[in-house]
Each structure stands twice: as structure tokens, then as C-alpha cells.
Design a protein around this ligand. Structure first.
Ligand code: GLP
Length: 260
């Protein structure tokens, strides 16, 4: 694991965009894994800007979402498909074509079967780089505390804490937040060649401490990613504020910059 600590969310997004673009550029047939939530939005803005400048394109790059709310139509702004189409496609987007954006089907008659279908799709995709956020309770995708650390894609019940955290996207109405999601499992996520996890703000500080310095535990699902051989964690000073070994991590980062 490599941890980069940045003065603010803008500097973090600059570095994330640089890494995503460089990693995709290095592949002849790249594929991308994308996350939703507010944290990756500045990264997506930079990918759009790079596309506008003719330096980057997701045209012909199959792109896979991490998760989706069960029961939300893609027409609803809170649906992750809607959000990703908004962030990545269209004339001012990244070149991504709608048919190349793969998301779990939120309205599938049988969400459990749909989770299996999606797992097989992502498992066969050889994702080059997977962008990740993290929940305050350490969830990744919608892998909530207490789930299997070796899970494949599945239907997950959102915890009360996650539903409260995500209510801000639903006019602060917790009752409007869906109770179920389809999420890539932690093992499915770990199939990607590189993982890049972004976190900003003090609300994420405890989850980042557990991810970076804590024991691997189902209590903090993100800790399963400690087993991944190419995990880069990018945080701002606030999200890094509970790290005990920040000094050592900064030295490791400075040393690794010669290689990356
Ligand atoms: C949601 C998503 C996660 C995301 C998390 C954090 O629950 N399922 O993929 O990482 O929220 O979101 P935010 O970046 O808005 O804090």
C-alpha cells in the first residue's frame, strides 16, 4: 500500500487524475472501474478537462461501476448510473459512450441473480484501474461492516449509518434512501490490477486510520484491501489526521515517487 497525503482536495484530485490517465495510457486495451459519491467528482472534472484538451479519452474504454441502489430507475438523479452518465458521458464528458458504461441493473426482477451476472461481467473484464471511495464506517462499494472479506458481488442491505450519510443526496430524507444495493464484492474489487482509493475530510479520518494502520477486520471492510498488491490511498490532511505513522507514510511516498 502506498499512501499520499495532500494539502487539500484539489491537489489530491490532480494526483488522482494524473495516475488514472497514466495507468490507462500504458495499456493497449484498458478498462476502468469507477466509484460514485461526492469524493471522486473533482477527479472526474479533471478527466473531462483532459478530454476537452485532447489529452485523454474514455472512448472505447469499457467502464464498470462499483455498485447501484436496488429499485432506483436510471432516470432518477440519485441512481449511480445517472450520476456516472452525468459525470463521464455527453459532449463535455470524457469520451465515454453510454453503451460502454456497465452498471448493475437496479430494476432487475431478481437482484440476487443480477448480482451474479454483474460479478461474472466484471470478473471477466480485467479492470486496469479501479477508483474507490470509502464510507465513514469503512465500507467500500456497499460492502458494509460484518460482511465477508472474500465476498463476490451480492445484494447488500445498507446500514443505518450509510443511509444517514447518503441522505444528503435524497433531500436529507433518510426514508427515501433505498435499503438494498447491488455491490461488487471485496474479492471482485480486488481483481482489478490497480486500486486507487480517495478520501477527504475529517469524517473519513477513522476509516482511513483503520484501512492504513488497523488490523484486517470485517468491522472495517476496507481493511480487506490491505491484501491487494497495488493499492494507492490518496487522502487530504483532514482524512489523514488520525494516522499514527503519517511521517513514515510521507517518507514512503517520497521514495516511491521516483518509481511512479
Ligand atoms: C457510497 C458509495 C461508496 C462511496 C461512499 C462514500 O455509499 N456506495 O462507493 O465510496 O458512499 O461517498 P462520499 O464520497 O460521498 O463520501
Amino acid at each position: 500500500m502506498l499512501v499520499g497525503i495532500f494539502p487539500d482536495a484539489d491537489a489530491l484530485a490532480d494526483e488522482a487524475a494524473r495516475r488514472v490517465i497514466r495507468t490507462l495510457d500504458a495499456e493497449t486495451s484498458p478498462t476502468l472501474g469507477v466509484a460514485t459519491g461526492s469524493t471522486p467528482r473533482p477527479l472526474y472534472a479533471r478527466l473531462r478537462a483532459a478530454h476537452a484538451a485532447g489529452q485523454f479519452s474514455l472512448e472505447d474504454v469499457p467502464t464498470y461501476a462499483l455498485d447501484e441502489y436496488v429499485g432506483l430507475s436510471p432516470a432518477q438523479p440519485q441512481s449511480y448510473r445517472h450520476e456516472l452518465l452525468d459525470q463521464l458521458t455527453g459532449p463535455a464528458g470524457t469520451g465515454l459512450r453510454e453503451e460502454n458504461l456497465h452498471t448493475p441493473h437496479a430494476l432487475a426482477d431478481d437482484p440476487w441473480r443480477e448480482a451474479q451476472r454483474y460479478d461474472a461481467l466484471v470478473g471477466g473484464a480485467h479492470v486496469t484501474i479501479q477508483i474507490l471511495g470509502i464510507g465513514e464506517n469503512g465500507h467500500v462499494g456497499f460492502n458494509e461492516p460484518g460482511g465477508s472479506l472474500a465476498s463476490r458481488s451480492h445484494v447488500s442491505a445498507l446500514t443505518e449509518s450509510t443511509r444517514h450519510a447518503n441522505a444528503r443526496f435524497f433531500d436529507d430524507d433518510v426514508s427515501a434512501v433505498p435499503e438494498l444495493s447491488i455491490t461488487q464484492g471485496l474479492s471482485t474489487i480486488a481483481l482489478a490490477e490497480c486500486l486507487i482509493l480517495l478520501a477527504t475530510g475529517t469524517a473519513k479520518a477513522r476509516a482511513i486510520r483503520e484501512l492504513v494502520e488497523g488490523p484486517v477486520s470485517a468491522h472495517w471492510p476496507a481493511t480487506a484491501l490491505q491484501w491487494h498488491q497495488d493499492l494507492v490511498v490518496l487522502v487530504d490532511e483532514d482524512a489523514a489526521s488520525e494516522l499514527e505513522f503519517a511521517h513514515d507514510l510521507r517518507e514512503q511516498w517520497a521514495a516511491a515517487r521516483h518509481r511512479h
